[in-house]
Design a protein around this ligand. Structure first.
Ligand SMILES: Nc1ncnc2c1ncn2[C@@H]1O[C@H](COP(=O)(O)OP(=O)(O)OP(=O)(O)O)[C@@H](O)[C@H]1O
Length: 890
């Protein structure tokens, strides 16, 4: 049987590099790397210890003389590397660019390191070039200074630096050349910092912004502290004044009543006590009596009323009005305030201050307390922040630029789509209807989302929630709107939720999700920002955690846009080295746009005509091939003794796994099926089985499924499929039955379409407005990626041999692998039909061992494929095997 396994697209495939040869090249590279680093170190040392005095010694003596010269101070070479070092540094420092020539050994060191670590060199070329320019401009600047001051110093500028600056000065005079050199230096340094001058400008702007904010914060804090000090001082003064006034008033009151105030009397008594000394008893006789007679009480009343008027009198003295006038003025002000206050104070949530920005306004005494909540906008992020948080490929084989914000359309400014009037009206209808049935509601909270507004009703303690639910239809009629959904009770709350579609819906644009801090800073492996929740929060999930997704919705409900949202999010966040899509599109047009990125992100069968699978007859083959990829990955994980793809890739990146044994970097694979119904009808079990197998097992090896259908009926979403897809999205469906098929409950039939969706991850449900990504945006992103270098072809899934499906025959003896019989003996001896066993025992690569197992299967020596467990061995012992092999040949 000829080799049919695919190797294209898997650059690390071992089949092309027989063990020793591969190891030889690797060793040679390591030796070359070490050599380069040592030379760099020597050059660096000679430059570092360069001494101009050595130059004159070199000029006076020939090199052989130097070696035999007696070492007097006048003839002594001070370079750390002796005469050789002096000659080298004389050339590098004096004749070239002065001390800045140190850049050259630096570059040599870096290249040596890259070669030693077997990493691609191309990535470093640009930076090396910039560093070279830095060296040139700095040495020319030294030359320029030297020319200006007339004291040439070759140690700093070198002959070339001085000549270059001299040439520039001759062309543009002193100032012109100075400006040119300084500008060139700044530009090159900026380029080195970020490799992209725009990024540097962004970064500087952000730094400026941060500085400005800090300054403003500091100023505000200072002003606040000053105000607090002032207020404290004013308070202290006011207190002192009050005490003084009280004293004055008490004197006045005393004069009026003809007797001292209690405190004064008490003070007097104390004084008397102190004065009387030992004659305490006499003192005690003068103490204030405990009980007061009626006259005294009357006088105290007078005192209080005087004291109340006293404040007014002081205020009125300031404003120049009588106490009566002042009282009237205050009453009028309060009345005006009441009249002009809006019935419901509504403030939009302030993004600076957390998620809850609600303001409640109390209604009339007998009305329920009413609060309107508008979700705050998520904090925005820039391209730069998105770039910073991306996990780059550990050993990228291609140069790649991620798509940026210019490829996405700006969302129009967010104006208030839902007015307070609309919310108040709806609330009025709901409360009136419930009041008619004698249901009293204590509190209502209206949370305004992009598509619907959720009214959370908190009924009085004696009202049963089921009672409200029973009036659901009444409410629907009263609201006269389609898409009203009642949640009774809201999980975790003693409230009933009523979702009412907004008159004007808000489109959630994908740019508003991707360029948020939440998305850009996420540490999720395959993050997907689906859309926004009712609270205006970005609804984001990690595809690796789902781990597979089932999407259903009637035609036109937004499934294809939903799939584009998923793919777009991943394209903005994950490097093509780490992610591949298998796109299955029986509708033939929905996913065609992604053809452009086939060399970057698509995975397909090696001999497929099209990178996107549209032919239903091919789908089964592709899914089986993905299953085979899954099994191969399990073998690799087993060999590497790791549990999941993340640990495996890490181990591979650390160089702990031999490529010669078939180990390779494993990208995540996302299989997208846009329309399952057609496939299930044409292929039934043939499709259901691989889907179910992948859904059950593929998570750990980084394969995830996204399956969509517009026909959520039980013969499409079968029990087997449903059981293996706990994460499901329902867009608007035609009937309650369809809703139950996808969500196990009603609700999806009440959605309003155009991306309005319900997500369930097994427990609970979230209503989300799916983000909108226009076809033009998808086109732009694909064109941008497609124009880049790429991998030279799609990632190839393992080829499915025809005979693998139909149990085809064993190739002729001459066509069999020469190790066929050895392999047979190994598996029979160990009674274990596994690829990794052959790899270990026969020192083979993965592909060859895999082919051998296929041939052993065709020869009836091992049993069929059993997923992650080894194949059964059908021959019990070696004697029987020898007989079997003879029979095969005859
Ligand atoms: N998230 C969304 N925001 C705004 N409009 C949307 C959204 N999703 C879909 N739409 C609108 O609905 C239309 C139909 O969407 P889409 O093509 O995704 O539906 P579908 O469910 O894939 O339909 P079909 O199954 O027939 O292909 C889109 O052209 C768009 O105008």
């Amino acid at each position: 049987m000829a080799s049919k396994r695919a190797t294209n697209g898997r650059k690390s495939s071992p089949s092309k590099s027989p063990g020793k040869n591969g190891a030889g090249v690797k060793r040679k590279k390591e030796i070359l790397g070490v050599l380069m680093m040592s030379v760099a170190l020597l050059l660096g040392l000679s430059i570092f210890s360069y001494n101009m005095a050595d130059d004159s010694v070199l000029q006076n003596y020939s090199f052989t003389e130097l070696l035999n010269l007696s070492q007097t101070p006048a003839t002594q070479i001070t370079n750390w590397l002796g005469p050789v070092g002096a000659v080298i540094s004389n050339f590098l420092v004096y004749s070239l660019f002065g001390y800045t020539t140190i850049v050259l050994p630096g570059l040599l060191l870096k290249y040596g390191w890259l070669i030693f670590r077997q990493q691609p060199l191309a990535q470093f070329h640009k930076r090396a070039f910039y560093l070279f320019l830095v060296m040139l401009t700095i040495s020319a600047l030294f030359g320029w200074f030297n020319e200006l001051t007339g004291t040439p110093s070759h140690a700093f500028a070198g002959v070339l630096g001085i000549n270059f600056s001299g040439f520039l000065i001759a062309l543009t005079a002193n100032w012109g050349s100075g400006i040119i050199l300084f500008t060139a230096l700044i530009a090159v340094l900026l380029l080195i910092l970020d490799g992209d001058i725009q990024v540097t400008i962004d970064r500087m702007r952000q730094a400026g912004e941060r500085l400005r904010h800090r300054l403003a914060d500091w100023k505000a804090a200072r002003a606040e502290a000053a105000a607090a000090r002032k207020a404290a001082k004013a308070e202290a003064e006011a207190e002192a004044e009050e005490e003084y006034e009280e004293d004055d008033f008490e004197t006045e009151a005393e004069e009026l009543s003809g007797s001292p105030s209690p405190e004064k009397k008490h003070g007097a008594a104390e004084n008397a006590n102190r004065n009387n000394g030992a004659t305490g008893r006499a003192g005690s006789e003068t103490q204030w009596p405990t009980f007061k007679d009626e006259d005294e009480l009357a006088r105290e009343g007078e005192h209080e009323s005087l004291s109340g008027e006293q404040d007014e009198w002081f205020d009125s003295a300031e404003t120049g009005e009588t106490p009566e006038q002042r009282r009237r003025r205050i009453a009028e002000e309060e009345r005006q305030e009441l009249i002009s206050r809006p019935p419901r104070a509504i403030i939009e949530k302030d993004p600076q201050h957390g998620k809850e920005g609600k303001v409640s306004a109390a209604g009339d005494q007998d009305e329920a307390e009413f609060t309107i909540i508008r979700g705050a906008e998520e904090e925005k992020a820039s391209d730069h922040e998105l770039r910073k948080a991306r996990e780059e490929a550990s050993r990228p084989r291609i140069r790649y630029r991620y798509p940026d914000h210019s490829l996405l359309d700006d969302a129009p400014p967010r104006n208030m789509q839902v007015t307070d009037e609309e919310v108040n009206q709806n609330k009025q209808i709901i409360t009136e209807k419930l009041q008619l049935h004698g249901i009293s509601i204590l509190k209502i909270e209206a949370i305004i989302g992009p598509t619907v507004t959720l009214y959370e009703l908190y009924p009085a303690p004696d009202v049963k929630i089921s009672k409200i639910e029973s009036y659901a239809n009444d409410l629907k009629m009263a609201m006269a709107t389609h898409g009203l959904r009642i949640i009774a009770p809201i999980p975790g709350k003693s409230a009933v939720g009523i979702e009412v579609p907004n008159r004007n819906r808000e489109t959630v644009h994908i740019k508003d999700l991707i360029y948020t801090k939440k998305f850009s800073e996420t540490k999720m492996t395959l993050p997907v920002a689906f859309g926004k929740t009712i609270e205006n929060e970005v609804f984001m999930l990690d595809l690796t955690k789902l781990p597979h997704l089932l999407m259903a919705g009637a035609t036109g409900s937004g499934k294809s846009v939903g799939i584009n949202t998923i793919i777009t999010c991943l394209l903005f966040k994950v490097h093509p080295e780490n992610l591949k899509f298998v796109l299955i599109d029986p509708k033939k047009i929905e996913l065609a746009l992604y053809r452009n990125i086939q060399n970057h992100y698509l995975a397909t069968l090696p001999d497929a005509d099209e990178p996107i699978i549209t032919d239903t007859s091919q789908v089964q083959l592709v899914l089986n091939s993905v299953c085979k990829e899954m099994d191969e990955r399990y073998e690799l994980l087993k060999m590497a003794i790791v549990r999941d793809i993340k640990a495996y890739n890490q181990k591979f990146a650390d160089g702990a796994l031999e490529e010669d044994l078939g180990h390779r970097h494993l990208p995540y694979i996302v299989v997208v099926i846009d329309e399952l119904a057609d496939l299930m009808i044409t292929a039934g079990k043939g499709i259901e089985e691989p889907i179910a197998r992948l859904a059950q097992l593929a998570r750990a090896v980084g394969i995830h499924l996204v399956v969509a259908t517009q026909r959520p009926s039980v013969n499409v979403i079968t029990g087997t499929i449903k059981a293996n897809f706990p994460s499901r999205i329902a867009y608007r469906v035609a009937s309650k039955v369809d809703s139950r098929t996808i969500l196990d409950t009603m609700g999806a039939d009440q959605l309003v379409g155009k991306g309005d969706m319900l997500y369930t991850g097994g427990a609970g449900m979230v209503r989300v407005q799916n983000a909108f990504v226009a076809t033009e945006e998808v086109e732009r992103i694909n064109a941008f990626i497609g124009a880049q270098q790429g991998f030279g072809g799609p990632f190839f899934l393992p080829r499915m041999d025809d005979d693998e499906d139909n149990g085809g025959g064993l190739p002729e003896k001459s066509e069999r692998d020469e190790l066929f019989e050895d392999a047979a003996r190994v598996v029979v001896m160990h009674q274990q039909g596994s690829v990794s066993l052959l790899q270990r025992r026969l020192k083979l690569g993965y592909n060859r061992a895999g082919r051998l197992i296929d041939q052993l299967y065709a020869a009836g020596i091992v049993g069929p494929y059993q997923g992650s467990t080894a194949r059964d061995v059908l021959i019990p012992d070696e004697v029987t095997l020898e007989q079997h092999l003879q029979d095969l040949d005859s």
